[in-house]
Design a protein around this ligand. Sequence first.
Ligand SMILES: C[S@@+](CC[C@H](N)C(=O)[O-])C[C@H]1O[C@@H](n2cnc3c(N)ncnc32)[C@H](O)[C@@H]1O
Length: 208
Amino acid sequence: MTTDWNAWHRAYDDPQSGLSERLRIIQGLIGEWLDRTAPRDVRVVSACAGDGRDLLGVLRDRGDSERVTATLLEYDEANVARARSAAAEFPAISVRQVDAGHLTAYEGAVPADLILMAGIFGNVSDDDIRTTIEALPGMCNPDALVIWTRHREAPDLTPTIRSWFAANGFTEESFHGPANHVIGVGAHRYTGPARPLPAPTTLFTFTH
Ligand SMILES: C[S@@+](CC[C@H](N)C(=O)[O-])C[C@H]1O[C@@H](n2cnc3c(N)ncnc32)[C@H](O)[C@@H]1O
């Protein structure tokens, strides 16, 4: 990896940035999903979680965080340290320093009820996006929600990504593509048949 993924988070400091807008959308979706699934216990996995602010920021403002068991997968050491510090108040949330591009990293964390894939599909090849989407049904509990992001810079791949979700048993809950930013945020619910976990494989490799 050549990108400084710790410094990358600085764009969150500007509330007008596309990244901040993306975070607000994702947090809104997480909050709605928590309301909808209450009061049952739920399991969340976040791939390439960064400092985990999307999920942790929502949980901090709710009184029902003990319902949530979560595993955050992150590779960068500094981000892992920040995520662990932010998650310290939630005993059922753990942060693994692992390569989330390999299915073995998800062992024991899936099947999950919510899978966060924010900040991945803009950093990997089209083939890897497709491979990941094809593996997701085996990582989902019935009705699990997958929240994913991808920029909409030309050539906009989000229509194709949405069609790949549909072809793999997902129903689209929402897609946000605000006019003033190039961000895209999708939310797809797995409504297909139960599938076994895929054999250990490589899902994606970051290209930069
Ligand atoms: C674009 S950022 C997204 C962070 C977070 N999901 C967010 O939306 O704020 C991508 C994150 O993926 C991490 N990352 C890159 N390759 C990874 C890998 N193979 N396994 C786990 N994390 C990885 C980076 O360190 C970085 O924190």
